[in-house]
Ligand binder design. Structure first.
Ligand SMILES: *Cc1c(COP(=O)(O)O)cnc(C)c1O
Length: 384
């Protein structure tokens, strides 16, 4: 342990949820107190109010608040009737929640490689994965591109492959809500978009939460039914098999307050990313946002030569700088998912990235002196 560094400086947070909590102060307490006063804890007035604000924020016709980002994906797949024998294409370089709902429905996740520059789904590998699925006698049904680390997948490049193969596109925007793609906002880039309000995401609540976005009225109607046990005309009329997939009123109340400061936070996150870019671009492979896109920087992830990552991370740790690896083991290498097919002969880019990525502290409240400490520490650690 580097005791000296610990005493001189306060600990650096990887994501500082407490700093935002201090800023919001009584506004959050008051919002929660209002729910405690009216006692409509489930589907209270905050839920439709939040949905209207989320839809307005991103320009989608419908926003459906749900219990988590994982439930959002599960509900979207349920709405499309995905089941046994169906192939659903997902990148392997993502969090388990992208592929898990596919497997839960006894459909087959088929893993696709990603592009080196963006960390996101490679349309060429998607074509290969469709061929693999067909060879195995599976029916290609849907693709779930992931907007990893806050930047959108290349939906304009994915759309022609998806339409040629008859794939329904579900955008997993758990990390990218608030980002833009060629003048369009995340939430409107695919027929259905899902997001997560897990506390560590760019827009987080104080527990689990998520949302689904769509412009399709019929899809929205089915999703609203599915999130409350497939209800029909009323609560005790069940017309399809659904789940308990609602967002709590208290979480909706928290999110309404957080959404007010979210645009400012997006600007602050981008400023932090720019300073990392300027401070580290010559010593590490820094992330690049494609032309015409913006990122909400769910993570700021650099790449280091595979053989040096552990040593650099250990030096940073000794200097009081927390880091994280997203994701050390891609899904096709996980025990839970190993049995599922991968595109073509393998996923070389995914495997390479898993060995090289390192994420640095990133949040809207990272002040310049603290960030300079991080940048100096990375420069020293990389120099060895
Ligand atoms: C966080 C995350 C999810 C799941 O969200 P939860 O709200 O935790 O269920 C899904 N996909 C990706 C890419 C994520 O990062």
């Amino acid at each position: 342990m580097n005791q000296h560094a610990r005493i001189e400086h306060p600990a650096i947070a990887f994501i500082d949820v407490a700093a935002q909590r201090r800023r919001l102060g009584r506004r959050i307490d008051d919002a929660i107190a209002r729910v405690l006063a009216h006692c409509r804890f489930v589907m209270g007035p905050e839920v439709p109010a939040l949905e209207a604000e989320l839809a307005a924020f991103c320009g989608a016709r419908h926003a459906i608040a749900v219990a988590s980002g994982t439930d959002a994906l599960l509900l979207a797949l349920l709405a499309k009737g995905i089941g046994p024998g169906d192939a659903v294409f997902c990148p392997a370089f993502t969090f388990a929640a992208t592929a898990e709902p596919v497997a839960l429905l006894n459909a087959t996740p088929v893993f696709v490689d990603v592009e080196e520059a963006s960390f996101n789904l490679d349309p060429v590998s998607l074509e290969r994965a469709v061929a693999t699925a067909k060879q195995r006698g599976l029916r290609p049904k849907a693709v779930i591109p992931v907007d990893l680390f806050g930047q959108s997948a290349d939906y304009d490049a994915i759309a022609p492959v998806a339409s040629a193969e008859g794939l329904f596109v579900i955008a997993d925007a758990a990390q990218s809500f608030g980002a833009t793609y060629r003048g369009r906002k995340v939430g409107t880039l695919a027929p259905v978009t899902t997001t997560s309000f897990f506390p560590a995401k760019p827009l987080g609540c104080y527990g689990d939460g998520g949302a689904i976005f769509t412009d399709d009225d019929e899809m929205a109607r089915i999703l609203r039914s599915l999130r409350v046990h497939g209800q029909g005309a009323d609560k005790y009329d069940n017309v399809r098999i659904g789940i308990t997939g609602r967002l709590d009123s208290i979480q909706a109340a928290v999110l309404i307050e957080k959404l007010r400061i979210f645009p400012e936070e997006i600007v602050a996150r981008d400023r932090v990313a720019c300073r990392y870019h300027d401070g580290l671009g010559d010593v590490a492979m820094v992330p690049r946002v494609a032309d015409g896109l913006s990122s909400v920087w769910a993570q700021y992830t650099v790449r280091l030569p595979a053989g040096r990552r552990a040593e650099v991370a250990a030096r940073l740790h000794a200097d009081g700088v927390p880091t994280a690896i997203y994701y050390p083991k891609p899904l096709h290498r996980q025990e839970a998912f190993r049995q599922y097919p991968v595109a073509g002969n393998g996923l070389p880019v995914t495997d390479r990235l898993a060995a090289e990525v390192l994420s640095l502290p990133m949040h809207a409240y990272l002040d310049e002196p603290t960030q300079d400490r991080i940048i100096d520490a990375v420069r020293r650690a990389v120099a060895g």
